[in-house]
Design a protein. Sequence first.
Length: 235
Amino acid sequence: MTLPRLEAASPHGDGSAGVVLVLHGGRPDGHQGAGGFLLSHVRMVPFGQAVAKVGARRGVGTDLLRYRVRGWNAPDLDPVVDARWALDELRRRHSDDVRVVLVGHSMGARAALRVGDDPNVVGIAALAPWIERNEPWEHLRGQTLLVAHGDRERMTDPRASLWFARQVATISDRVARFDVHGDGHAMLRRAGEWHRLTARFALAALGLEPFEPAVANAMAVGAPEGLSVPLAAGA
């Protein structure tokens, strides 16, 4: 089995202001290697580039994690193991106190949420997250969380991500969730708005700028209104 690896987005900051770690999607089961051309990985490359474009000059490093295998593979939870490895690797490359924002899509969002209790993680952007019944959430106390889900979703359940956001909002006052009207799991119809929302959230979670008004307002309002906010066109 190949090892997981980190792939730097371009341009790549030195990580002095923190690192954004991007986690791609996958499938419930599958022990095939995740190397080579993989659509779920390719889809997240523009997210890494969007963060790098606004963050590199400010010292933000952006890395995409390439898993060992393609599946979640319960009870092994392979992408969770790989995400833990990546966080250890970022500490090794930078410093023990490096600040990290996780950006995950689908299975990658589920993995990001599972490792959100890591002491270096200061924010999580969960995009079209795959959430199952009884998904653990208590470990995210005080965490900064952004959830976004399209209303034309066919792969993961927006109702489940709303439930999850509501649970975390009981133990954190920094939770915002957006409904991306007109878009589905691939996040292609409104791609630029997904990218911008994620990139600005990442910089704000790292403490480099304020949260954008829509995000800040959603966090201030809290549940339920702040967890079903339509993402404005041109946001």
